[in-house]
Design a protein around this ligand. Structure first.
Ligand code: UT7
Length: 388
């Protein structure tokens, strides 16, 4: 994508939302489970606590974040053209988590797919969504990052279990002829580093078996030091490339929203880009690394703290498993003062989602009845033909 041609469609972020579980796990509590300490975790990562899902799943958190995004944008679910859920912790291998979210939102006219690019997933999703809008294919695209890493963590491995947390963030992209929104994207991959951060089993190469479960191969494995080295390199390069593609000088960057993996990685990038702390969003002290959810979660918090204003230039930059990385440069256009929801509108939304739920249930029942009746009719037909 390039920002050179102004006679085209632009993809603006017009809605945003987040969800985090209320259950908090502190460093001190972790230190009771594995050989670590609050001081070590804080000094080496910047993390103080993280949220851990109890009843929540990747789809339910994605749904709540998406509902908030639609509320902010004042867009009804049936206006959505596409739902993208970036996640490495989907509900199932298939069906896609995005299809579950589409159904529960009541987004009847939307296509839906999951996007697997680990911690870079949200930036990848934003790039795909924005490109589809700029091509004129779609007008309203929901891009969600949602993760339940707590379910794929080896809670006995102190080198990984201290890092991750659960949560979701969502944005609604909308097409417009007005200049602004997502102006460029840079996506990268180096598959030769795949084994540096992986879940070794559960896919077609090492399907689930008693052996894979016994060997703990369904949980995250990471070479932290190598990923750290890779992260510091690509974050700076990708940010510069995205800005260059969007014709925005580095001096005009107002806000960097980086993937929240380690405060030291973020500080390194901020220093290399000569950005003061107030221009860099950091919220991993409270959430840890929420993978594909971390950038939208950080963005929504920055908006809530009134740190994002129309006219601002932003860069979202992510990196992680794959190895993969990505950055998007944006010009923010939407007023960030959230319209106060009237009780009537809130009730309307509640009713709409309850109705979507009822309709979904009705469709399931009808499908079963239809299958049963069709089967019976086929049998009657078959036995009649046999009689003749
Ligand atoms: O979203 C994608 C990405 N993932 C990342 O971005 C992770 C990138 N990597 C990192 O953030 C860091 O490498 C870590 C936070 C994972 C580790 O920090 P580090 O400064 O690179 O530590 P290290 O791996 O070099 O380990 C230093 C020492 C080791 O002990 P020895 O070998 O020096 O005796 C580790 O065994 O710290 C030890 N250690 C711990 N000690 C207390 C490792 N984990 C822990 C722990 N508590 N939780």
């Amino acid at each position: 994508m390039s920002a050179n041609n102004h006679h085209q469609r632009y993809a603006h972020i017009v809605g945003w939302g987040k969800y985090v579980p209320s259950n908090i796990l502190t460093n001190d509590e972790l230190a009771k489970r594995v050989d670590t300490s609050d001081v070590w975790i804080r000094e080496r990562t910047g993390i103080r606590e993280r949220r851990i899902a109890t009843k929540e799943t990747t789809a339910s958190m994605a749904l709540y974040a998406a509902q908030d995004a639609l509320e902010v944008a004042d867009v009804s679910p049936n206006e959505i053209d596409l739902v993208i859920v970036a996640t490495s912790t989907p509900e199932y291998i298939f069906p896609a988590t995005a299809s579950i979210v589409q159904d529960q939102l009541g987004a009847q006219s939307a296509g839906a797919f999951d996007l697997s690019a680990a911690c870079s997933g949200f930036v990848y999703g934003l790039s795909v969504g924005a490109s589809m809008i700029r091509a004129g294919t779609y007008n309203n695209v929901l891009v969600i990052g949602s993760e339940t890493f707590s379910r794929i963590i080896n809670w006995k491995d102190r080198t990984t279990c201290i890092l991750f947390g659960d949560g979701a963030g969502a944005v609604l992209l909308r097409g417009s002829d007005e200049f602004g929104g997502v102006l460029s994207s840079v996506l990268g991959s180096d598959g030769s580093g795949g084994e540096l951060l992986e879940v070794p089993a559960g896919g077609s190469r090492n399907p689930a078996s008693i052996e894979t479960v016994m060997a703990n191969l369904h949980t995250v494995r990471m070479n932290g030091r190598e990923v750290y080295r890779f992260a510091t390199r690509v974050m700076v390069d990708a940010t510069k490339q995205a800005l260059q593609k969007a014709n925005i000088p580095l001096s005009e960057l107002d806000m960097l929203v980086p993937h929240q993996a380690n405060a030291r990685i973020i500080d390194y990038a901020a220093k290399a880009l000569n950005l003061p702390p107030e221009k860099v969003i950091k919220n991993l002290d409270r959430y840890g690394n929420t993978s594909a959810a971390s950038i939208p979660l950080a963005l929504v918090e920055a908006i809530e703290e009134k740190r994002v204003n129309p006219g601002d230039h932003l860069v979202f930059v992510g990196f992680g498993g794959g190895l993969s990385w990505g950055a998007c440069a944006l010009e923010w256009t939407e007023p960030t003062i959230k319209r106060a929801t009237t009780p009537q509108r809130a009730a309307q939304s509640r009713l709409r989602y309850q109705w979507a739920h009822v309709k979904s249930f009705g469709h399931r029942v009808l499908r079963r009845v239809d299958a049963g009746v069709s089967h019976t009719l086929d049998r009657i037909e078959g036995s009649k033909n046999g009689d003749e």
